[in-house]
Design a protein around this ligand. Structure first.
Ligand SMILES: CC(=O)SCCNC(=O)CCNC(=O)[C@H](O)C(C)(C)COP(=O)(O)OP(=O)(O)OC[C@H]1O[C@@H](n2cnc3c(N)ncnc32)[C@H](O)[C@@H]1OP(=O)(O)O
Ligand SMILES: CC(=O)C(=O)O
Length: 529
């Protein structure tokens, strides 16, 4: 398959310039394998100059590894002023890397030539041409990145054009136009590209930064205008506001622009690859990332859920499965009967009519609790318990006669919480007292103590996490609080919530839901006790 557009990933170089990222050699090798397996055409590894030992070692190690498709590119700049290309240490280090592809950036903007690298406009043209020629004579492929090309063109179009002609004369295989400061608008990019295409016959590429939130749009506009290479970073990491997000671009090229790209066959792995990179760089995944984020196909509005259930494309621009993602229906106060029907089907495997009074009753309870602040989306076990109880699938095995918490603070400043819990279980009274290092800890201990003689499996339940949040704008001491807890056992973890104006009562609701959920799971295993 001959790709119409080549994807050039610079996660290991430009992505590593992200302030949150600092890649080790092991990270770089792992990411390179991931990018290769997914099917990117080029992987830029970094600057292999001696002051960068990690990158020098990277090229050595990657050269010994078997990659299935990607070509490895080493990155650097044109030679320094007043040095022969063959004597320039940075260019020599690119050759020493033995990477088959060499990519160098050079100056397109006269401001940078005279004020930053502080040389003459003529010398810069020679730096570009001689550096590209030297690399081309010593490598399989040479790519020239025209840094600040669009800003340079706007400042001095004739000179910017001279710089890329110099790269073409030197023998560049690709000339990649860079929106280094990320400030170019798509329509400017399109018209400047049209001018370039009149004079340059070397295949063109685009390298866009996201400072105006347009890196993806600018990359796609450029492909539409005829460029054959897109440089970017998986998940859009990079300096300042990041680089063009290759995750989104790859999917857009396949599904929207209908372009042949080598990784097009692997679109079903897109989300997996995106999450794997986040895991390696240790940055939480962006739930709103197009195509791959957790929220990309999460429907919350009741009318949207209803629409998706009837015809999925009514509210989905592509099939979530096509990029390895999943459709999610979010439980909230904006839900309608369709969501309830779907959730009942998912949990209990039964079909029920949207107009059934049980559905309407459940919908009413969901809305009431969501409005109170339950947020079932992050408390799935509390949601399940509400469904099971309302549909008569779970009869609470105990009733609460009362509970009480006492705070005892000694003169020495040591405080101890004591809780007593009185339950009715199987027509018997179970009354227990326990101490804890806080009121919730004491309540939890007393509740379990009361249940343990009847349900020995309770000893395996852990309370893994517990958070309290004040709800709403009324943040005084009479505000509602939401308690959110994570429980766990040998089979997994589950999340519950409780809401009240009383923090102890909110905690109690959460504790009861957490332990009741365990009882429900055990009852499914036929474990009545
Ligand atoms: C477009 C991009 O994103 S480029 C990527 C930016 N990334 C990096 O800079 C990371 C890797 N950089 C490095 O390891 C170092 O900066 C090096 C090895 C390249 C240079 O280190 P040093 O020699 O100590 O220079 P320093 O970083 O302070 O300054 C950059 C130098 O490169 C020169 N330079 C910048 N661009 C170019 C260019 N296209 N061609 C030739 N020289 C250039 C500057 O004029 C400056 O030289 P000077 O010291 O003579 O003024
Ligand atoms: C080459 C490069 O990274 C840039 O100009 O942004």
């Amino acid at each position: 398959m001959k790709p119409e557009v080549f994807l050039y990933d610079t996660t290991l170089r430009d992505g590593n310039q992200d302030r949150k990222i600092s890649l080790s050699l092991a990270d770089k090798l792992q990411i390179a394998k991931l990018l290769d397996a997914f099917g990117f055409d080029y992987i830029e590894g970094g600057w292999p100059n001696p002051s960068n030992p990690t990158d020098v070692e990277f090229y050595k190690r990657i050269g010994e590894m078997h990659l299935t498709h990607a070509k490895i590119a080493a990155f650097g700049s044109t030679r320094r002023p007043k040095v022969l290309a063959e004597n320039d240490p940075l260019l020599q280090s690119l050759i020493a890397s033995q990477a088959p592809v060499k990519t160098i950036f050079g100056k397109s903007w006269d401001l940078h030539v005279t004020e930053v690298i502080r040389t003459t406009l003529e010398e810069n043209l020679d730096m570009i041409e001689s550096s590209v020629r030297f690399l081309k004579e010593n490598s399989e492929e040479t790519i020239y990145d025209a840094e600040h090309f669009f800003d340079g063109y706007k400042a001095n179009p004739q000179y910017a054009m001279e710089t890329i002609k110099a790269a073409a004369l030197g023998g560049a295989d690709f000339i990649v136009l860079c929106d280094t400061n990320g400030g170019t608008m798509p329509w400017e990019m399109k018209s400047i590209l049209a001018e370039v295409q009149k004079v340059i016959s070397v295949p063109l590429g685009i390298h866009a930064h996201n400072d105006s939130g347009l890196a993806v749009a600018n990359s796609l506009v450029s492909v539409d205008a005829g460029v054959h290479m897109v440089q970017g970073v998986l998940n859009g990491y990079g300096e300042r506001c990041g680089n063009a997000d290759l995750t989104t671009i790859a999917a857009d090229l396949v599904f929207k622009l209908k372009k042949q790209i080598y990784c097009g066959e692997n679109m079903k792995d897109l989300r997996k690859v995106s999450l794997a990179l986040d895991q390696i760089v240790n940055i939480p995944s962006d739930i709103k990332a197009p195509y791959v984020g957790d929220a990309a196909f999460a429907h919350k509005g009741g009318a949207h859920i209803d629409g998706v259930m009837k015809v999925s494309r009514s509210f989905e621009h592509v099939d979530p499965k096509s990029v390895g993602n999943n459709r999610v229906f979010v439980t909230s106060d904006q839900a309608g009967g369709s969501l309830v029907v779907e959730k009942i089907k998912e949990l209990l495997h039964i079909e029920i009519d949207k107009k059934d009074p049980k559905v309407q009753n459940l919908l009413h309870l969901i809305k009431e609790r969501e409005n109170a602040g339950w947020h079932f989306d992050s408390a799935e076990a509390s949601f399940e318990m509400l469904v099971y109880r309302t549909l008569g699938r779970f009869a609470q095995p105990f009733t609460v006669e009362n509970y009480r918490v006492i705070e005892d603070r000694s003169e020495q400043g040591v405080s101890v919480s004591q809780a007593s819990v009185k339950l009715r279980v199987n027509d018997e009274i179970s009354h227990q007292v326990a101490e804890g290092d806080g009121p919730v800890n004491a309540l939890d201990a007393a509740l379990r103590k009361a249940l343990l003689p009847y349900y020995p499996y309770m000893k395996n339940v852990r309370l893994d996490d517990f958070k309290v949040r004040v709800l709403g704008s009324n943040v005084g001491s009479d505000a509602h609080v939401r308690v959110w807890s994570t429980f766990g056992d040998e089979d997994g973890v589950w999340h519950v919530a409780g809401v009240s104006t009383n923090i102890i009562e909110a905690s109690w609701f959460a504790l009861v839901d957490g332990l009741s959920y365990k009882m429900y799971k055990e009852s499914l295993k036929g474990n009545a006790r």
